[in-house]
Every structure is written in structure tokens, then in C-alpha cells.
Design a protein around this ligand. Structure first.
Ligand code: M5T
Ligand code: MG
Length: 577
């Protein structure tokens, strides 16, 4: 997955990558030239006292260093740029994919995990790309080049390379093999901490009310401690790595000086060659270290790449049609034919044998006890879910065949838990209709019985709304989301329990104002209160996922036992004693 991901998302940057490799090559070759030039200065200049030679070679060295500096700075610059661009592209693909997910895929991954995947996991892969461009590309060139140059200086000491390289490689391999499992664990634990934190933030009011803070604090502490533990394990091995590398490096240097010194004594090696040899050995060992640093990241990035790939390869279960139908003539009729729906992972269907028609210009009410499946039924119309069997038709066309944008533009949905976005009252209303004028907004607010309280707010339409709409009351939130649906004047209105937080008077006023503007539309109202739906043209009684009665209020009083029970229970509540 890692390779596939890199190949796919780096493909647009092939040119840049070629430039990076070329620059790194130049920089590495330059840095390999320096020690041998230095050796020349010592052996031919310093030893013989030839100042001219020192100046000449010295200026060549300066030029080479300048070359090297420029090349490696530009290589890092392009490397960083490419890696960041790669990360940006990847994040935007993930975002687009997630946006296409239906509620089914959302609940499969869960929001916290989706967030970690799109931030931390992408960062891991991006970091690997960055390290590869800046370090990994250099390592093999430096290693091979270093060995060749070292051998050119002196063949007699080559056994030192043969000992030092495997020693270093071996000990690094040992350390890294300890780090990999820890990295794997780390990613999972970051997910956990994210989940705990999100849940606590979302439920902070409930936590306070139920004095669950101490318990939740402990829960967070545990997750935090677990992440700390695994990070510490990684950190300890990482910390051990440097001393080990330095030890081997220094031992190798001592050995070069020791054995090289003997060879100089016997006259089989020159002083300059010894210094050059020393530098080459350090360069070779450094290249191994750079390679391992990059390789350390591979397992972690691979875990992350798998997690990212999982998102990218999950297709939404609500598949949009290839060529969606966008032109239909009947206005807003919604029909359910033999619809059955089962939630993923559930054994029993939540909805069974649903057959009903909601006609344009009529109000269809859906009533039933909690958990009867009302919300689920309504969700099938805008395709938040697809029916597991049977068909849902809008304007006589199967919703699966309609162009999704067309379908949604026909529907004004007020969900059971209305959600408002960070911004202002006006920006939230514009979700319903992007080019809405102020007059249109006030009209929608007026019908939704929200005009009064918006007018009372000092900023009016520009009053700020917090994320989720938590700075307005539940009933105000409901009315604002009703206004948001009204402003687009859709053909189909879906009100899922949208009047529950309103007092009876406001409820009645809202419904009569609504009736005036929805004469042509199909209105589907989910409600709990009989008073809200009494006058509906058609009332559908839902019990445990099945339709047990359809008719008007008076018809149902005659024929539907469940309806009678609901009515009686509410009358009892209204007239106590
Ligand atoms: C009907 C189950 C739920 C209930 C039944 C949303 C949802 C519901 N269910 C799931 O298994 N997974 C889900 O994601 O489906 O639920 P509903 O349609 O939400 O019921 P309702 O709208 O009639 O209830 P209420 O309380 O809003 O009046 O058994 O467990
Ligand atoms: Mg519901």
C-alpha cells in the first residue's frame, strides 16, 4: 500500500524528483571529493612546503564546497516542497472520499479515526517522503562513493571497512527491530486518545451534570499513560541509537589512526591519505546511519499507508448513478414500495414491508413510539441510506437513478438533531440557498417563528453561531434549521421531529404559517404529539418497523388500535387525574 500510495501521489511531481536526485548526486560527489583534495594539500603542499599548490587546491576546495552547499540546500528545498505537496494532495483525496461516504461508512470508521488518518497518518507518510528526498537518496551514492574513494587512498586498511560496516548495520538492525512493534502500537493509541478526547468534549455538559468528570479524567489519563509508555519505549531505543553509533564511529576512527599510524611508520601510507581515509570511513558509516533513519520510518509509514488506503478503497454504499436522471415532471411525490431496511451488522430489519405514498400538496404525518423506525424511514428519501430491499421513488423515479444533486435540491430536510455550522445566522441559512437575499432570509425566519429572537440579537442576521449551534437554545436551533430548509423552497419537506422542542403555541403558529407556503409541496412530518399531526391529510402509524395504519385522524381512531393507544396516553397526560 505504501508503495502504491507513493507511486500514485508522487507521479505528478516526477520532474521535481528528478531534479532532487540530480542535486543530491552533485552534492554527494562534491562532498566525496573534498577529503581527497585535502589529502593532496597535506601530502603535496604542506609536507613539501609548496604554498602555491596549497592556495591552488585550496581554492578548488572552496569552489567544490560552494557547489555542495548550493546543491544540498536546493535539494532539501525541493524535497520539502514535493513532500508537502504530496501530503496536501493526499489529504484532499481523503477529504473528498470521506465526503462521499454515506452514514454507513461513517459509522464504520468513526469520526476520531477519520481525523487521525487524515492528519497524523498522512504526516507519517509525508515525513517518509521528505526523509527519502533529503537523506535516503544520498545514502547509496555516498556509501558506494565512499568505499571507492577509501580504497583509492589505501587498500591495506580496507578490512576496517569490512568490519565496521556490518557491525554498525547489525546493531542498528537490532535497535530498529525493537522499535517497529512499538510504532505500530503508537498509531493505535493515538487513535484511542483522540476518541476519548472527542467524546469528552462532545459530552462535556452531560459529564458535568452527572459528575462523571473524575471517571472521565481517569479514562483519559489511562489512554494518555498508554501512549506515553509506548512513546517512551520508542524514545529509549532512539536514545540508545546515538551512543551506539558514536561508539562504533569513534572505535573505527581510533582503529584507523592506530593501524594507519603503523603503516605510515613503515612508509606504506602517507599522512594526507590517512586523514582522507578517516573522513571516508566516517562518511560511509554516516550513510548507513542515514539509510537506517529513513528505514526506521518505513514500518510506521506502512502502517499509516494501510490506514489511509483503507479509506481510499472504501466505496460509499450509496452509489450515485452514472448518468443520473435530472428531469422529471411529477412534483414531489414520494412513494415507498415494499421497502425493507436493515442496519449494517444488525440481524433484524428495522423497517419491514413499507408501502406508502406521500402526495404533493398534502401533509403526511408519521407517528410511532421511539425506536419505531421513523428517522430511518425519512433517511431513505435523501439516500442517507439505501433500502436493503424494495424501492423508494421520488417523482415516480427510483431514488437510486436520480442524480444526487438533483435529488437533494428537491428536498428540505430538518433532521431530528439539527446541526448548525460555525458562522452566523445568515451563513447558516445560505446552506439552504447560497444566493438568498436578506428579505428572503427574514421571510423564512418569520415562517419558522424565528424572527423574534433573531431580531433581538444585537447583530441580527450576523449573530454568531458556534460549532453545532451550541450557543442558541434547542428550540431556537430547531427553528433556525427549519428556516434553513424553508429558504430553498423545495418540493419535498422532511421534518423529523422538528417541533418537539417548541411549546404548543409556537408549534401551532409555525404549522399554520408553514401550511400557507407548502400548498404545492409534499410535506412529511415525523412527530410525537397528536396535536401536531391531527390535521394531516394522511397519518402513517409505525410500530416496530411496520406500518400498522394509514388514514386521517378520525379514520385511524376507528380502525387502528396502536393509534388509539397513543391518543389516549396523550389525553391522559393533558388532563391529569
Ligand atoms: C429505529 C435502530 C435503533 C432503533 C431502530 C439511527 C439508528 C437506529 N438504529 C440502528 O441500529 N442504527 C442507527 O444508526 O433502528 O431507529 P430510528 O429510526 O432512529 O427510530 P425513531 O426515529 O422512530 O425513534 P425516535 O426516538 O427518534 O422517536 O431500534 O436502535
Ligand atoms: Mg427519530
Amino acid at each position: 500500500m505504501l508503495i502504491r500510495l507513493l507511486r500514485k501521489y508522487l507521479a505528478p511531481y516526477k520532474r521535481w524528483i528528478t531534479i532532487i536526485v540530480a542535486l543530491q548526486f552533485v552534492a554527494t560527489v562534491a562532498s566525496l571529493l573534498l577529503p581527497s583534495l585535502n589529502a593532496d594539500i597535506i601530502d603535496k603542499g604542506v609536507v613539501t612546503g609548496d604554498t602555491d599548490y596549497i592556495v591552488r587546491i585550496g581554492s578548488i576546495m572552496l569552489a567544490v564546497s560552494a557547489f555542495q552547499v548550493v546543491a544540498s540546500i536546493s535539494a532539501v528545498y525541493f524535497g520539502a516542497k514535493t513532500a508537502m505537496a504530496f501530503g496536501r494532495d493526499l489529504r484532499s483525496s481523503i477529504f473528498r472520499k470521506v465526503a462521499s461516504f454515506s452514514a454507513r461508512e461513517m459509522s464504520y470508521f468513526g469520526a476520531p479515526s477519520l481525523i487521525t488518518r487524515n492528519t497524523n497518518d498522512v504526516q507519517q507518510v509525508q515525513m517518509l517522503a521528505m526523509m527519502t528526498f533529503t537523506l535516503m537518496v544520498m545514502a547509496p551514492i555516498m556509501m558506494v562513493g565512499g568505499i571507492v574513494m577509501a580504497l583509492r587512498e589505501d587498500v591495506g586498511l580496507s578490512w576496517l571497512v569490512a568490519v565496521a560496516v556490518p557491525l554498525l548495520a547489525g546493531s542498528l538492525a537490532l535497535v530498529i527491530s525493537r522499535m517497529i512493534p512499538a510504532y505500530r502500537l503508537m498509531q493505535i493509541r493515538i487513535d484511542t486518545i483522540n476518541r476519548v478526547l472527542r467524546e469528552q468534549l462532545a459530552g462535556i455538559r452531560v459529564l458535568r451534570a452527572f459528575v462523571r468528570e473524575p471517571y472521565e479524567t481517569k479514562r483519559f489519563e489511562r489512554a494518555n499513560q498508554e501512549l506515553t509508555d509506548v512513546s517512551l519505549t520508542v524514545g529509549r531505543w532512539m536514545a540508545a541509537m546515538f551512543p551506539i553509533v558514536m561508539l562504533i564511529l569513534n572505535l573505527a576512527s581510533v582503529a584507523v589512526l592506530w593501524f594507519g599510524g603503523h603503516r605510515i611508520d613503515t612508509g606504506s601510507m602517507e599522512i594526507g591519505a590517512l586523514t582522507a581515509y578517516l573522513t571516508y570511513l566516517v562518511q560511509i558509516l554516516m550513510s548507513i546511519m542515514m539509510a537506517t533513519f529513513t528505514l526506521v520510518m518505513v514500518p510506521r509509514a506502512a502502517v499509516s499507508a494501510d490506514r489511509i488506503g483503507e479509506i481510499l478503497h472504501t466505496d460509499s454504499s450509496v452509489v450515485p448513478p452514472e448518468t443520473g436522471i435530472t428531469d422529471v415532471n411529477r412534483h414531489g411525490e414520494v412513494r415507498f414500495v415494499d421497502v425493507e431496511f436493515t442496519y449494517p451488522g444488525a440481524s433484524d430489519p428495522v423497517l419491514r414491508d413499507i408501502n406508502l405514498t406521500a402526495r404533493a400538496g398534502q401533509t403526511t404525518a408519521i407517528i410511532g413510539s421511539t425506536g419505531a423506525g421513523k428517522t430511518t424511514l425519512v433517511s431513505l428519501i435523501p439516500r442517507l441510506f439505501d433500502a436493503t430491499s424494495g424501492t423508494v421513488l421520488v417523482n415516480g423515479v427510483n431514488v437510486r437513478e436520480l442524480d444526487p444533486d438533483f435529488l437533494w435540491s428537491r428536498i428540505g430536510l430538518v433532521p431530528q438533531n439539527p446541526y448548525l455550522f460555525t458562522g452566523t445566522v445568515a451563513s447558516n441559512l445560505r446552506y439552504g440557498k447560497p444566493d438568498a437575499t436578506e428579505a428572503e432570509m427574514w421571510r423564512a425566519l418569520e415562517i419558522a417563528q424565528a424572527r423574534d429572537f433573531v431580531e433581538e440579537m444585537p447583530e441580527g442576521l450576523d449573530a454568531p453561531i458556534a460549532q453545532g449551534g451550541t450557543n442558541v437554545s434547542g428550540g431556537q436551533r430547531q427553528r433556525l434549521s427549519i428556516a434553513r430548509a424553508l429558504i430553498r423552497s423545495p418540493e419535498i419537506y422532511l421534518f423529523d421531529d422538528s417541533f418537539s422542542a417548541l411549546d404548543l403555541g409556537t408549534d401551532a403558529r409555525l404549522r399554520s404559517a408553514l401550511a400557507a407556503v407548502t400548498t404545492e409541496s409534499t410535506v412529511i412530518i415525523v412527530a410525537q404529539r397528536i396535536s401536531t399531526i391531527k390535521n394531516a391529510d394522511q397519518i402513517v402509524v409505525l410500530d416496530d418497523g411496520a406500518v400498522v395504519g394509514i388514514g386521517t385522524h378520525s379514520e385511524l381512531l376507528e380502525s387502528c388500535q396502536t393509534y388509539v393507544e397513543i391518543v389516549e396516553s396523550q389525553q391522559m397526560a393533558e388532563v391529569p387525574g
